[in-house]
Ligand binder design. Structure first.
Ligand SMILES: CCCCCCCCCCCCCCCC(=O)SCCNC(=O)CCNC(=O)[C@H](O)C(C)(C)COP(=O)(O)OP(=O)(O)OC[C@H]1O[C@@H](n2cnc3c(N)ncnc32)[C@H](O)[C@@H]1OP(=O)(O)O
Length: 245
């Protein structure tokens, strides 16, 4: 069983955008693997859910174009990489999931990332995350679909919390490797209209041993309106923790 867990974790590791070296199962060592996902095991060309689609409104597209331009600085001679990176986003993390420790094969095969479990464009979580590793921060453009309604015409607080957990967790994971959320503190300041686009800004506050403290602000795209503020604590875990070992 331990061998199958290790195999599962290695499969997982080798397909993370920011992954650990193979001998990092018990001792994380960060290895930047770039954004290529060419060896993805589930299909020849997995869908990157963070690419523009027909459901994106003009504001969402505008933010995407703005940050994409900051990713690629083209000169006459060469195409340099800017300080920002667009992260790809897939709906499955694991082929073998928890190595059979907890999950039945049926559940393993059907498991999907919560925020990417709708095939219908625009129905729920449309988002794209841009990472700035130098500044240890990221920005997410989030367009909330009609299935995320809470108060009439506005986004459900749980859906907002999900996105905050996702963005802050992605930042923490990008910077230090596998993490789990230990604490999430949220203040809802003003409601987010359904179908609207907001920016979710997240930055590293500090690292204390295994603890990663991250802050987060959800604002309008022009940043004039504050919708939500949050702080999050993530704990660095080894792959064994994720697989119940
Ligand atoms: C792997 C990534 C793959 C990504 C690829 C797919 C891409 C898509 C990206 C989407 C990104 C989504 C990101 C979502 C991430 C979740 O939503 S995770 C799910 C929700 N979280 C959980 O279920 C966590 C459940 N809790 C646990 O497993 C364990 O309690 C923890 C949090 C891992 C900590 O356990 P532990 O390692 O034994 O830590 P422990 O030694 O007890 O404590 C370490 C330190 O932290 C402190 N601490 C621990 N808990 C707390 C707390 N709640 N409050 C304050 N301090 C605390 C302790 O006091 C201690 O402090 P020091 O004494 O060192 O000063």
């Amino acid at each position: 069983m331990i061998r199958s867990c290790l195999k599962a974790s290695r499969t997982f590791i080798s397909h993370c955008p920011v992954a650990l070296s193979h001998d990092a199962v018990s001792q994380p060592v960060l290895v930047r693997r770039g954004l290529s996902m060419g060896l993805w095991p589930f299909s020849a060309s997995p869908r990157d859910f963070s690419l523009p689609n027909a459901s994106w409104n003009a504001e969402m597209r505008q933010v995407y174009d703005h940050y994409t331009a900051l990713c690629e600085v083209k000169t006459e001679d060469s195409e340099e990489t800017g300080p920002w990176h667009k992260l790809p986003s897939y709906n499955r993390s694991l082929k073998h999931a928890a190595g059979g420790v907890y999950l039945s094969k049926l559940i393993q095969s059907k498991a999907r990332l919560f925020t990417r479990n709708k095939k219908e464009y625009g129905a729920a979580f449309e988002y794209v995350i841009f990472m700035n590793k130098q500044e240890k921060r990221c920005v997410c453009a989030f367009q909330a679909g009609h299935l995320l309604e809470g108060p009439p015409g506005h986004v459900h607080g749980g859906a907002i919390a999900t996105m905050i957990d996702t963005v802050t967790g992605t930042l923490a994971g990008y910077l230090v490797g596998p993490v789990m959320t230990a604490n999430l503190n949220i203040n809802y300041r003003s409601p987010i209209p359904l179908g609207g686009v907001v920016l979710i800004h997240s930055a590293l506050d500090r690292l204390e041993g295994k603890k990663i403290f991250v802050n987060c602000r959800v604002t309008s795209t022009d940043e004039s309106k504050l919708h939500t503020e949050a702080t999050a604590l993530f704990i660095s875990v080894n792959m064994g923790h994720l697989f119940g070992m």
